[in-house]
Design a protein around this ligand. Sequence first.
Ligand code: ADP
Length: 477
Amino acid sequence: MMNILFVASEIYPLIKTGGLADVAGALPVALRKKGHDVRLLMPAYFGILDKVAPIQNQINLGNPFNVGDLILLETQIIENGTPIWLLQCKSLFEREGGPYLDTSGLDFEDNHIRFAALSWAAAVLASHGNLMGWQADILHINDWQAGLSAAYLKSWKMNHIPIVTTVHNLRYNGSFPLKKWHDIRLSNELLSHHGIEFYGQFSTLKAALVYADAITTVSPTYAKEILTEEYGDGLDGTLRAHQHKLYGILNGVDYDQWSPTADSEIPHKYDITSLNQKQENKLALLKENQLDEDLSQPIFGVVSRLTEQKGLDLVLEAMPSALDQGAKLILLGSGDKELEQDFLALQERYPQQVGIHIGYDESYSHRLQAGVDALLIPSRFEPCGLTQLYALKYGTLPVVRKTGGLADTVFEEGADPNGFVFEQADTPSLIEAMSRCIETYHDSNTWQERQKNAMRYDFSWEKTTDHWITLYESLIK
Ligand code: ADP
């Protein structure tokens, strides 16, 4: 039995902007089911205290950043009983906006201090367990937000606690101008090319890569891709230098949340033997979007952050060809303002066939997954991707670019094809893949067979937690 301190800046169901929250909400629960004592650490953002169990204990870590006291509040996630420490600091975390962005969508100016504080608290908890009566055997940090924990432990010469860094997306590297360096209270010694310096800035993710005992990323293919200049986002050299400690462990799915047999968000539950009920969800989704209620044509769906990474500009270009063949598009997403406007314009052009919902809506994302026939994920890069895994379970066939975790989970060839795959991130390749999808859709036996294949794939956490346990154990030894 190991004690694991798991640090993340977003954890479902408390707060979520993307896949990190899903992973941080599910992997610790899966590890706890195997008998390990995992405890979480996250900032006490505005409103979070209303969503957790009553505070059981608290400890004041002082005021290392001169922004007010850092206070650790000990409580539990109500839905699954997982112990969590919330880092309270009024001036840093109790404000309007998201976890990283203000209400107008800009990065908070003091994000380096906000997440230095989270990392500081993690490092104190990990190295001074006697403070809380619980000593971690492993510190597991996620992404740039928790990255400086590794640097603090390094600078305090606390080398006894093994650190695992998980990279959920290398593009977000926590880089800040050097003029902010003195705010985070690290010695200049660490600010070298082999340390935290990053092209004339400093990078908190680089700190997490350099000073960790193991680096993991969220799929085997992405673990290989990030060693190349094309996918390395400037960190490929660092990753190659630390390749001996780099592992790719595929994310899992929490099937308690994402399964059409148990999903309380969808109007008609179904399984592999009742796919006709999926048609009912499709009809309900068409009604909800006030679209033409013709079930004989496929609906393509998108649930995504709207960013360059996700390749949705290709969908804008490819879609008219599919729409002209009778297909439909239903999208849920938010992000890049230009993409938002372009999708709304497409809806105006095809009001009977295109339904666009700009925003973030957890419940609707379930109805969409259950109601559409195919999910478009033409990502330029994709560390793991969770939406294709959810789609598979709902008998919704993913149409994906062959990259990262998409390449590891969606197959068009072989014994058990479960979707449609294309190689090049360009419009003609996407159009061809969508055409193959439309053609297969109209061959209902083949389509249903592929749906059933998709639903049979098992990407549960139960299957992957053993990889984590093996990794942690190897580090403790
Ligand atoms: P990323 O972490 O890069 O955003 P993932 O596919 O790993 O991509 O995870 C995205 C998660 O966020 C999924 O759970 C997906 O359902 C959810 N999601 C993305 N956009 C929205 C949205 N607009 N509304 C609701 N959920 C969304």
